[in-house]
Design a protein around this ligand. Structure first.
Ligand SMILES: *Cc1c(COP(=O)(O)O)cnc(C)c1O
Length: 371
């Protein structure tokens, strides 16, 4: 056999333009240096209370059916979601997390020469999927760490295909009122999709907030994305869903994998979404501890940005006590927060609301850090 030829670069497999520009998503850390330490994982906005006991029961019961392919239409889960949220099941599409749906939507509607628009501190997956589909990511400046409708509309060009808005946004926790969502929609050309990512909608407790479902029903170019990873405590199972105009649902059903949602995810998702009382209990817990954490951290002299989600963006304003130093201090105590330098927020940490014990530990640790 002849020696391996040295490959010349033009003969090597090459990804499409844009792919190698992607900075891979960095997930919230789950370990500290001390492998044996008790960990308080407050880095990924998971529910500290975990899933509904009914969801756990459905999970165990599904063991007997693991050898079967799931229902590729995901009908029963879509029906359960539709019943709980008052939606049309025909226009719901489920995915392996809402991340997959962001990916499918972006790949189906944007490509080379197109633009995908989102606000300055918007959720990072919009950029990653835009780049992955060959489109150009474009950002619009925010005001007070909040999306600015005028700034977004000013960045729309004939190349814009999708405008993504996380509402409330991760990692800022801020939101646009329903009237602003409508103004944003009304300012967009009819061929631009407004994608409202309402991953934290179940936590929101403001009279002027809307998850966006009315706009989906009233327009042909608005979509709403949701997830079981946050309030439902099922991050590991990867279940997301979206509500779409019929034509867009049809497109996503053509491009998605036929078994993109596993059988166990379907069974557990149904049990979780139907346990409305448990969801309400988790929301109540969050209301109480979100307010408590905001107040306690503000008392410590930190700048706590208003949030309607299950996390807080905390800004370290004193030069000697930086967010990076705070992060190390917390990590040494087994508390894992999220650095948000890659979101353009180098002075901040994002901290998920935890159990009572976790929340008290965070406040105690930051008090010691700032002393
Ligand atoms: C967590 C999150 C998601 C993704 O959730 P999945 O686990 O993929 O369902 C989407 N959007 C925002 C804003 C999020 O914070």
């Amino acid at each position: 056999m002849s020696a391996l030829k040295k490959p010349n670069a033009s003969a090597l497999p090459k990804p499409k333009p844009g792919i190698l520009d992607i900075s891979p998503y960095v997930a919230g850390k789950s370990k500290t240096k001390d492998a044996a330490a008790k960990i308080l994982k407050l880095s990924s906005n998971e529910s500290s209370l975990g899933p509904s006991p009914k969801a756990l029961k459905a999970y165990s019961e599904h063991a007997a059916k693991l050898h079967r392919y799931p229902d590729s239409s995901v009908l029963e889960l879509r029906k359960a979601i539709a019943a709980v949220h008052g939606l049309d099941a025909e226009r719901i599409v489920c995915g392996a997390g809402s991340d997959e749906l962001i990916g499918l939507l972006t790949h189906a509607y944007a490509g080379e020469g197109d633009e995908v628009l989102y606000s300055e501190h918007g959720f990072l997956m919009y950029k990653i999927y835009a780049q992955g589909s060959g489109a150009t990511p474009v950002t619009a400046a925010e005001k007070n760490l909040t999306a600015d409708v005028n700034a977004i509309l000013a960045k729309v060009t004939p190349k814009t295909r999708i405008v993504y808005l996380a509402n409330p946004n991760n990692p800022t926790g801020s939101y646009l009122a329903a009237s602003e969502l409508k103004r944003l929609h009304d300012g967009l050309p009819g061929d631009v999709i407004l994608a409202i990512d309402s991953a934290y909608a179940e936590f929101a407790d403001k009279a002027d907030y809307s998850c966006g479902k009315e706009l989906v029903d009233m327009t042909q170019n608005t979509v709403m994305l949701r997830t079981f990873s946050k309030i439902y405590g099922l991050s590991s199972l990867r279940i997301g869903w979206g509500y779409f105009p019929a034509a867009i649902a049809d497109v996503l059903n053509r491009v998605r994998g036929p078994f993109n949602v596993s059988g166990v995810s379907i069974a557990v998702g149904i049990a979780a979404v139907e346990d409305v009382a448990y969801t309400e209990q988790v929301k109540k817990h969050n209301n109480i501890w979100l307010a408590w954490m905001s107040e306690e951290l503000t008392k410590l002299g930190l700048l706590v940005h208003p949030s309607i989600a299950n996390f807080l963006l905390v800004e370290f304003t004193s030069p000697g006590k930086t967010s990076a130093a705070a992060n190390v201090f917390l990590m040494d105590r087994g508390i894992i927060a999220r650095e948000v330098v890659n979101y353009g927020l180098p002075k901040c940490l994002r901290i998920t609301i935890g159990t009572e014990e976790e929340n008290r530990a965070v406040v105690d640790a930051l008090r010691a850090f700032l002393a």
